[in-house]
Design a protein around this ligand. Structure first.
Ligand code: CU
Length: 184
């Protein structure tokens, strides 16, 4: 009984307070109506023209010329860069004069240079020292004999990152290498 009375005593001032607040709200409500009066002028502002649908990014085409260095087991370029997903046309010129130095250009997933070269070695000379079933191999040219040119067209990886390239002629991959950087 006693506690109920106390609750009622507290409730009364709260009600008064709430009423006062309500009054305040109505007065601020009328001032809040002012911006609404400006609304007609706001409608005069032309509606923003919807942006045209963004067309699919056209595939970028990249031309790369690379060569071997004289009778060395080396590429003249050890760093290449292409945008992700670009259509790449790579031409490899074999500048060697020694008949024992055919070369190729093989793009691989990072860290797979040795296994890709080993798989290529197993396939042998007739296969151009590449195993076409090797999923770590991302692109490759046929072998180019000394003085010859070979080429390949491929889609660059869609994932930005570093992709090593090597020559998979037996014994070459450890020295004849470089890194293709795929930019976003
Ligand atoms: Cu080579």
């Amino acid at each position: 009984m006693f506690s109920r009375k106390r609750t009622a005593a507290f409730a009364l001032p709260l009600l008064v307070l709430a009423a006062a607040c309500g009054k305040d709200n109505t007065s601020t409500g009328s001032t809040a109506a002012q911006p609404a009066a400006l609304a007609p002028s706001a409608t005069e502002v032309p509606a923003p023209i919807p942006a045209p649908a963004v067309p699919e990014k056209p595939v970028q085409k990249v031309e790369i010329q690379i060569a071997s260095v004289a009778n060395e087991m080396a590429f003249d370029k050890t760093a290449l860069a292409v945008p992700a997903g670009a259509e790449v046309h790579l031409v490899l010129k074999n500048n060697a004069t020694m008949s024992t130095l055919p070369h190729n250009w093989v793009l691989v997933k990072e860290g797979t240079e040795a296994t890709v070269a080993a798989a290529g070695l197993k396939r042998g000379d007739k296969a151009g020292y590449v195993d076409v079933m090797d999923r770590d191999m991302l692109a490759f040219t046929p072998l180019a004999k000394p003085g010859e040119t070979t080429e390949v067209t491929f889609s660059a990886p869609t994932e930005a990152g570093k992709y090593p390239y090597v020559c998979t002629m037996p014994g070459h991959y450890m020295m004849m290498k470089g890194v293709l950087t795929v930019t976003p």
